[in-house]
Design a protein around this ligand. Structure first.
Ligand code: HAM
Length: 426
């Protein structure tokens, strides 16, 4: 049997209510905070990420599904979507859209591709929900507002055990001087470091902070952090950002060694980590400011701030009780049990009426004995069984049995619809 490609997976119906719940809550958050949806292609030019995310990053250097197309074009499956959104913003001159107001707020939901080592919570095709504020001002108030929106989403999903980690990685000008210092400190220690770190040293020394190898970590622990060397403007920005979080009652921890795995960040960077239910891959959200990314890919000077969360991981982080409730909510409202030929015919019309009234109705085409049919209703986890026989047809009322309580009453179509709609779903 041909199977799924390594690192990809089928999302089967039993998990879909969980995925849809996260998507629904996210869309609601985006509506409340004024974000509009954008869908960009999965297929992009490799150069977009090479320039945007950075040649030296693991994502571009090691993990991208890049290939030469039949006509020689260098294409890839997008490994992330920030560079794509910034491309679209420029390509369609969204900055001219006056209805967008002070800045353009966009959100997206879709698959991303990275050829990473497969483990729980890490896939080669994974899904992100993300948001980008394009044309953001310098004011860190927008950063705090976006994080407040994430905070609301997490609470709404019942995920209460995460930690917000923040840092400032300074701006591009500062980066140059800091990289010089890093390289000078790394040079005499390179023989203790892995081959990836050698590559990082050559291309972008900041990326050594991404290394997970223990011998490299020992060296990394001795390095000054970029946060220690912030310029005055970035330092002030960071202090204001923290004050905005405090004012919104959002708790955080500063992690000066968090530099994020993408090159485009300037100043504020953040992650949300640690929900139980996740294993080693416990970073749920990553984001930050990326002033200058637009220019890097040939666009107009634009400031930006955004985040993306892993939908796969957010689903894993849902509390067990919530996941249970969501799975149950997918069960049909009614299973129709019919007795006899006339009742069978009648049930088709009845099902049509109830479905048009908004109920989810299941009925089998094979006739079964009462006991077998009731067992079937329980098997499909229907909330109610509706019993239809000759007498019921004659009277125009049917036996509605609540399968959780076993209570049964005789009701007409309208009353059935009302009763079922009233009784809240589990
Ligand atoms: P990222 O940190 O590379 O940032 O990814 C964001 C989130 O996507 C991660 O925190 C994780 O939850 C999820 N994720 C990443 N790789 C995988 C994987 N292999 N399997 C499962 N989940 C994964 C970005 O992509 C930036 N574009 C975020 C951003 C938006 N920054 C500013 N705007």
């Amino acid at each position: 049997m041909i199977q799924t490609v390594k690192g990809t997976r089928d999302l089967l119906p039993d998990v879909m209510p969980l995925w849809l719940r996260v998507e629904t809550v996210a869309r609601e958050a985006f509506r409340r905070y004024g974000f509009k949806e954008i869908r960009t292609p999965i297929l992009e030019q490799t150069e977009l990420f090479a320039r945007g995310v950075g040649e030296a990053t693991d994502i571009v250097h090691k993990e991208m599904y890049a290939f030469t197309d039949r006509n020689g074009d260098q294409l890839c499956l997008r490994p992330e979507n920030t560079a794509s959104v910034v491309r679209a913003y420029n390509q369609h001159k969204l900055y001219n859209d006056k209805t967008a107001g002070e800045n353009t707020k966009l959100y997206y939901i879709g698959p991303m591709f990275r050829r990473e080592r497969q483990q729980a919570g890490r896939y080669r095709q994974f899904y992100q929900i993300g948001a980008e504020v394009m044309g953001a001002s310098d004011d860190p108030a927008i950063e705090a507002e976006v994080i407040e929106m994430l905070d609301w989403m997490l609470k709404e999903l019942g995920i209460n055990d995460t930690t917000l980690l923040i840092n400032s990685v300074g701006d591009a000008a500062l980066r140059g001087a800091y990289l010089e210092t890093l390289r000078a400190l790394l040079a005499p220690q390179l023989d203790k470091m892995c081959s990836d770190c050698h590559h990082r040293y050559e291309t972008n020394a900041l990326r050594v902070f991404d290394c997970k190898i223990e011998s490299c970590q020992t060296v990394i622990a001795t390095l000054p952090t970029i946060t220690d060397s912030l310029d005055e403007a970035s330092r002030t920005h960071f202090e204001q950002f923290k004050a905005h979080l405090d004012a919104r009652g959002i708790a955080y921890r500063v992690n000066p060694r968090m530099v994020r795995g993408l090159d485009y960040y300037t100043r504020t960077a953040f992650e949300i980590v640690g929900a139980s239910g996740l294993g080693a891959q416990n970073t749920v959200v990553g984001g930050g400011r990326y002033d200058g990314l637009s220019e890097l890919i040939g666009g107009v000077p634009t400031k930006g701030f955004g985040f993306a969360f892993g939908l796969d991981r957010m689903v894993m982080a849902l509390p067990d009780a919530e996941a249970e409730r969501l799975r149950a909510s997918d069960a049909p409202d009614v299973f129709i049990v019919f007795l006899g030929d006339a009742a069978r015919q009648h049930s088709f019309r009845l099902a049509q009426q109830l479905r048009r009234a908004g109920l989810s109705v299941v009925l089998d085409f094979d006739e079964r004995k009462m006991k077998k049919a009731m067992a079937q209703a329980n098997k499909v986890q229907a909330r109610y069984a509706l019993i239809v026989g000759d007498n019921e047809i004659a009277q125009g009322t049917y036996g509605l049995k609540n399968l959780a309580t076993s209570e049964q009453e005789m009701l007409g179509v309208e009353a059935i619809t009302q009763r079922i709609s009233e009784s809240a779903k589990p």
